[in-house]
Structure formats: structure tokens, C-alpha cells
Design a protein around this ligand. Structure first.
Ligand SMILES: [Ca+2]
Ligand SMILES: [Ca+2]
Ligand SMILES: [Zn+2]
Ligand SMILES: [Zn+2]
Length: 541
């Protein structure tokens, strides 16, 4: 049996050597060559070899004492130390985990007994990093994938970009995907990431055979925060409570631990007390993407790409209208522009004015939808796209002032929300009047910048648009993410269309009073773990 395991180890070393000498796999030493289900001593020795417990730099003796490795692993993983491949050990080895090795090429380190973080020996020379979501999964919508999963607590700053010329590319793959580090189907390995460097350096890959979630199960954000730790230069921690521990388990209260923070600060130092905005320093990528070519940017009328819209609302067919001057865009659920758009507002909604203030959709039934359009002191109504007779009418019929900024109807509590300047009004569609106690300060919507340009109720979350930026407001958390450029995310515009240097910081309001009504309703929404996000917002504001 041990003779076979030695052969396996030698074969593994040979494969690793071939991979390195190839030249194209310049980052291959970061990542496991293959993965196996551990069922016996042979596959266990492969596990130790793949994950760099046994030195892969040629310094290993040819005969290994497998029992001593079981003891080291059991101690490291925090399970009973028996020195044998018992069921607990086998289960642990086969449980969901990161695909990166647990140690460097010189094998298991004595320091692993100190229960702390490890580093990969590479760091980014610049403190400002760019990342690009190159590919997505059908498990989650693009906007959920794009939540802020980046690491606070260090001097690093991050910027999402919309071209592949980024420091960190994020993608989803199945099985063999061109980097010599195959995924393994459902279960076991969930993801892997490359340590800092050019080409694939810093890139994160997720195993698309997993079902990623925004709640319990394989939570994408929790896996991603671990993987980006590797992208920044951290290895696996022997502190099993750390995010950088190799094995994955869903955490109810998800946050970076002290060990993770100590690790990242050992590489990049603590956050600068007065952050300066640095220009992005992005090196040309030396390795072309091998599996998924980025889709070329679509050519759109210049008018769209400033991303400033007067109003946004769900359309009759379940897509999204964006109004801008005398034009209207229809963005489809896959974030492409519907054929025939943009077009004149008067062509899409006969009788509606240009330069509207706000709009909302009232869905009575799937075949009965009323679209309300507001401008100045008047409003118009369209039933299933057909203008209703007798309009426009006076906005005062709603009990609100003229010239509002935005409006949406939330089906969760059958209320209509009207926003103006730093206040909002809540209209009760059962009593046909504004609820008592309104208007309320807009600051109750945690972290939303104001005054807003428009607001949209869309797929379980609320989107606030201000100038050229938008913020996802997580209904289940009742808090907003950092602003992101509207034109790039919603219209697929290129960077050039955006004004350079425009920044916006979210307001920081700790008022978590839930009188707005949304958070009183039993959660119809995706539960999203945003403790890291929340901390990030706090720090960045
Ligand atoms: Ca897998
Ligand atoms: Ca508006
Ligand atoms: Zn890992
Ligand atoms: Zn990969």
C-alpha cells in the first residue's frame, strides 16, 4: 500500500514539474493540480500531496510516514487526533473547501501549530486594485454577484472596472477550464484563486457545478471573501475560525476574524486614516482568457452613456424603462437594450411628457398594469400601455407636492413611496391617503445618497439612482451598497461615456428605525449576509 502511495506522490511531483516547465502555466504552483475523493491511504496521500502538506519542492523524503500526516492534519483541522484515516478525518478531507493548497511548496510548516494566518510570498506593488466580473453564474443575478466582497481593514482600495484589463478577473467555470487546475463537479472544491501577479495573478475562479446562494448553503459572498484573500496574497490559516481557513461552512454571522485582519495588515498595513484617491495602476494582461471571451461592448447612442436618468420604472413586459429627456430606454432582464430602443417617449407612451420627474408601475394582476408618470404638478396614467382618458390630473390628488424626484410602489406592503429632496412620502393604497407621520427624512433609508434622481423597485431589491451612479438597496437588510456607475451596469456602456473623477459617498446614518414599513414585513426577500459589506460602508464613509 505504501509503495503505491509513494508512486502516487512521485507522479504528482512529476505532473507539477511538467506544469511549471511549460511556461504558460506560470502561476500553476499556486493551485492544486487535481482533486480526489479521499477513500483510502492512496487517495489520502494524494490529498496531502495536492494541498502541499508534503513538500513539492523536491525536499520530501521518498518514504513518508502517513500516520504523522494524519496527526498533523487532525491537529490543524481541529478534529480528534488519532493518527489514522478514521471516518471523521475522511469526512473532513472530503468536505467543501477551497482548491488552493494549504501550504507553500516546502510543505507543512511548524508554524501551522501556532493557529494563525499564512502568506503566499507575493503582494501587489500598488495599493489600488481593479477587478472585473468577466463571467457569471445562472445561480444568482449579476447585481447580487457584484456586491462588495472586497476586504476592508487594510490600505488597499478597490475599483470595479468593465474591461478585462483588470488586476483581478472573476469567473465561473466547470471542470477543466484552461488553467490546468480542473474543478471537480458538485461538492468538495468550490473555488480557487491565484496569488498576486501578472496574467492570471489575482484571478478568482468559482466552480459553476456548485449551486451558489445568497443565503445558507454555498454562500457566494462567503466563498468570495475567502478567495480574494488569496488574490491579495494570504494563504490558508490554521485558525479554523478564520475566513482564510481552508474548509467552507456557512456562517450565520459572517465577518473577518482577528486573524484575517492581522494577516491582511501584515501585507498592506492598516487603512490610511485619510484615504487618498489613487489613479488605477493596471498592467497589461499577459495571458488571454482561454474559455470565455468577454462580449464586445455594444455601440449605443452617445446620449445613453452619461447614465443620468429622469426616472426608472418596471415596464409592462417586466423589463425596465429608463427615461432621459425626450427618450426612453428599455433594459431587458439580461441587461441588454431591447430592440427598437432608445426611442421617443411619445412613441412608446403616447401623450406622456418629456423630461418627466418620476414613474411607478401598479401591478393589479399580471394582465392589468397601470403605469403612472409624474411631471411638475401633473400626472398621467397608462393601462397596459394605452393612455387613460381624462389625464393629466393634478398631483395634489395624491397629497404630495409637485416636482417630485422619484416614486415606486412596493407590492410587499401595498404602499407607494414618493421622494422629494431630503424627504419621502408613503401613500396607503387602501386608505387612499398619505400615512400618518409622513413625510419622513430620506436618511431613514440607510446609506442612500440624496436628493435622488429616480428610484426603482426591481427583483426583490430597491435601486436608487443619483446623477450617474446607482445604489442597490437590500430590502432584507434595509441598507444600501456603495454607489456604482449606472451606465456601465445597466446599459453596458464603456468607461469613456462616464465623466472622469465623479465620486459620491453614501451618507452614513445609523438610524435603523423601521418606520418606513419595508422591514416590518415578513421577509419575502433574499437574505443576504452583509456584515462585511456593512462594515465596509461604515469604514468608507
Ligand atoms: Ca466542486
Ligand atoms: Ca426623477
Ligand atoms: Zn483558500
Ligand atoms: Zn481556475
Amino acid at each position: 500500500m505504501y509503495r503505491r502511495s509513494i508512486l502516487t506522490i512521485l507522479a504528482g511531483m512529476l505532473m507539477l514539474f511538467c506544469g511549471l516547465s511549460n511556461g504558460q502555466e506560470d502561476m500553476a504552483e499556486d493551485i492544486v493540480i487535481r482533486t480526489v475523493m479521499v477513500t483510502d491511504a492512496v487517495s489520502a496521500s494524494q490529498f496531502f500531496n495536492d494541498r502541499n502538506w508534503i513538500p513539492s519542492d523536491g525536499s520530501a523524503s521518498e518514504i513518508i510516514d502517513l500516520a504523522s500526516y494524519f496527526r498533523l492534519f487532525q491537529e490543524w483541522a481541529g478534529i480528534p487526533v488519532t493518527g489514522e484515516l478514521d471516518q471523521t478525518t475522511m469526512d473532513k478531507m472530503n468536505s467543501p473547501k477551497c482548491g488552493n493548497p494549504d501550504f507553500g511548496t516546502s510543505g507543512h510548516q511548524i508554524s501551522a501549530r501556532r493557529k494563525r494566518f499564512t502568506t503566499l510570498g507575493r503582494t501587489w506593488p500598488q495599493n489600488h486594485l481593479t477587478w472585473y466580473l468577466e463571467g457569471t453564474t445562472t445561480d444568482l443575478s449579476r447585481n447580487v454577484i457584484r456586491v462588495n466582497w472586497l476586504w476592508p481593514f487594510s490600505s488597499l482600495t478597490f475599483e470595479e472596472v468593465f474591461t478585462p484589463n483588470a488586476d483581478i478577473l472573476v469567473n465561473f467555470y466547470r471542470l477543466e477550464h484552461g488553467d490546468g487546475n480542473s474543478f471537480d463537479g458538485p461538492g468538495s472544491v468550490l473555488a480557487h484563486a491565484f496569488s498576486p501577479g501578472f496574467g492570471r495573478g489575482g484571478d478568482m475562479h468559482f466552480d459553476d457545478d456548485e449551486t451558489f446562494t445568497a443565503s445558507t448553503g454555498i454562500n457566494l459572498q462567503q466563498v468570495a471573501v475567502h478567495e480574494i484573500g488569496h488574490s491579495l496574497g494570504l494563504g490558508h490559516s490554521s485558525d479554523q475560525s478564520a475566513i482564510m481557513a481552508a474548509f467552507y461552512a456557512y456562517r450565520q454571522n459572517f465577518a473577518l476574524g482577528n486573524d484575517d485582519i492581522a494577516g491582511i495588515q501584515s501585507l498592506y498595513g492598516p487603512p490610511t486614516s485619510n484615504p487618498v484617491t489613487r489613479p488605477p495602476v493596471t498592467q497589461p494582461r499577459t495571458t488571454a482568457p482561454t474559455t470565455t471571451a468577454p462580449t464586445p461592448p455594444r455601440t449605443l447612442p452617445r446620449i445613453s452613456c452619461n447614465g443620468e436618468f429622469d426616472a426608472s420604472v418596471e415596464s409592462f413586459d417586466g423589463n425596465v424603462y429608463f427615461f432621459q429627456g425626450d427618450m426612453v430606454f428599455k433594459v431587458q432582464r439580461d441587461f441588454t437594450i431591447a430592440p427598437g430602443f432608445p426611442t421617443q417617449i411619445s412613441a412608446e407612451l403616447p401623450g406622456a411628457p418629456d423630461y418627466i420627474d418620476a414613474a411607478f408601475l401598479w401591478v393589479v394582476a399580471s394582465n392589468q398594469k397601470y403605469l403612472y408618470v409624474f411631471k411638475g404638478n401633473f400626472y398621467w396614467r397608462f393601462f397596459n400601455g394605452i393612455p387613460s382618458a381624462g389625464y393629466p390630473r393634478q398631483i395634489s390628488l395624491w397629497g404630495i407636492p409637485g416636482n417630485i424626484d422619484g416614486a415606486f410602489r412596493w407590492p410587499g406592503n401595498r404602499r407607494i413611496y414618493f421622494f422629494k429632496d431630503d424627504k419621502y412620502y408613503r401613500y396607503n393604497t387602501m386608505s387612499y391617503r398619505i400615512d400618518n407621520g409622513y413625510p419622513q427624512p430620506l436618511s431613514r433609508w440607510n446609506n442612500v445618497a440624496h436628493p435622488i434622481s429616480s428610484v426603482l423597485d426591481w427583483e426583490d431589491n430597491t435601486y436608487f439612482f443619483t446623477g450617474q451612479y446607482y445604489q442597490i438597496f437590500f430590502n432584507s437588510q434595509f441598507s444600501a451598497a456603495s454607489p456604482a456607475p449606472t451606465a456601465q451596469a445597466w446599459l453596458g456602456c464603456e468607461t469613456e461615456g462616464l465623466r472622469v473623477g465623479t465620486t459620491m459617498s453614501p451618507t452614513d446614518d445609523d438610524d435603523d428605525d423601521d418606520n418606513t414599513g419595508l422591514s416590518n414585513v415578513p421577509s419575502l426577500f433574499v437574505i443576504f449576509v452583509t456584515s462585511v459589506l456593512g462594515t465596509w460602508l461604515h469604514i468608507s464613509s
